[in-house]
Design a protein around this ligand. Structure first.
Ligand SMILES: Nc1ncnc2c1ncn2[C@@H]1O[C@H](COP(=O)(O)OP(=O)(O)OP(=O)(O)O)[C@@H](O)[C@H]1O
Ligand SMILES: [Mg+2]
Length: 349
């Protein structure tokens, strides 16, 4: 008889028809079988994209199909209530504590090129200046730009079996990025979604980050696989959304708001980047049109943390690896607002 459950079926359709299979998925590290992401993820994608790609797809399918055919569950499964109440998410939450990371913050936008990496970099620089320990996980596997912004080229070292040491910026910020692992900066990574997801997970779990107050995660653009994976697989305490004032960017960021909310995430605030250019006469020229900040605040139900102008100094410093030198009143405002909404990290007395 043909198997009732095939690798191309979505996890959601399987758990809908056979609710107890959520417990089988949970046993294989797919504890999120009942959350929003499973609606689009197939059994095969789930198995190859999670658990660092170490899930045995054949065994998972065998267990699922045995249950579908006989109603018999394998022994030693997690409790049904633990799965229904989001057992996977809870496991994820404990991950950060285990690693000594107090708060993981994701920087996201629906659209590319709006300044996510810049904002991720600035948040890290600002926190570091305020004496906090902060790292940056460059989650943009196929278009990593954090190392260049910080002028970091040194390859990550080996910290132990299966564990990498991050590279360090001049100011002492630990950074992990695909760019640091490639032989050349221009090398292209042509990977499918599940491999990208696996790499992001490993950048979190298999890197010796040390004790961190904040780990800033720079996400790839869009609302596709990779940002979804990060939201689901990493213990994200809050999301900062970045956009430009263009109506299109605003529409796309509204999509990102929906995605974060659907996954149960917390939007800390919105940053409007490239908001205007300061003219020599002191006026402001709004290159991309008037601010869409209010719309975003309503859509995200979160504060506008800053309006950052188009600043040639930013472009120059980001291109030459000197972002740690950047100072501006808008940057100060961004940090003050970020700190007022960010999860508080307990400081030693
Ligand atoms: N406010 C600004 N003033 C001047 N240049 C800026 C500003 N913000 C970003 N840039 C420059 O614009 C480019 C795009 O910014 P960035 O790489 O941060 O965007 P991104 O959203 O991360 O892009 P991607 O979607 O490709 O990851 C970079 O070269 C950056 O230095
Ligand atoms: Mg980027």
């Amino acid at each position: 008889m043909a198997d009732a459950i095939t690798p191309d079926m979505t996890i959601a359709s399987v758990t809908e028809r056979w609710p107890d299979t959520a417990r089988i998925f949970a046993r294989y590290g797919l504890g999120c079988a009942s959350c929003a992401i499973s609606k689009s993820e197939s059994v095969l994608q789930g198995a190859t994209g999670h658990g660092g790609g170490r899930v045995n797809v054949d065994e998972l399918l065998r267990d699922l199909n045995t249950f579908a055919a006989t109603g018999k569950l394998p022994a030693g499964l997690p409790d049904a209530s633990a799965v229904a109440s989001g057992g996977g998410g809870m496991k994820v939450k404990g991950m950060a504590e285990q690693k000594g990371i107090k708060s993981v913050i994701a920087v996201m936008s629906g659209k590319g090129g709006v300044g996510k990496s810049l904002v991720a970099g600035l948040l890290a620089v600002g926190l570091r200046r305020r004496g906090m320990s902060v790292g940056i996980l460059d989650g943009d596997i196929t278009g990593p730009s954090i190392p260049r912004m910080f002028g970091v080229r040194e390859k990550p070292g080996v910290a132990g079996p299966n564990t990498l040491k991050p590279s360090y910026s001049k100011g002492g910020i630990p950074i992990m990025s695909m760019n640091l692992l490639l032989p050349g900066e221009e090398e292209a990574v042509i990977w499918r979604g599940p491999m990208v997801s696996g790499a992001i997970r490993q950048f979190f779990s298999d890197v010796a980050w040390g004790e961190l107050d904040y780990l800033i995660v720079d996400l790839p653009p869009g609302t596709s696989d990779a940002p979804l994976t990060v939201m689901q697989a990493l213990p994200i305490a809050g999301v900062v959304l970045v956009t430009t004032p263009q109506a299109l960017a605003t529409m796309v960021v509204t999509k990102a708001v929906r995605l974060v909310k659907q996954l149960g995430g917390d939007i800390l605030g919105v940053v409007e980047n490239m908001a205007y250019v300061s003219m020599p006469d002191g006026s402001r020229y709004e290159v991309f049109g008037p601010s869409q900040g209010l719309k975003l605040v309503i859509a995200a139900n979160a504060p506008l943390m800053a309006r950052i102008p188009i600043d040639p100094e930013i472009a120059h410093l980001a291109d030459t690896g000197g972002i740690e030198q950047y100072v501006s009143p808008e940057f100060e405002e961004l940090m003050a607002n970020f700190l007022s909404v960010a999860p508080k990290v307990p400081q030693p007395a």
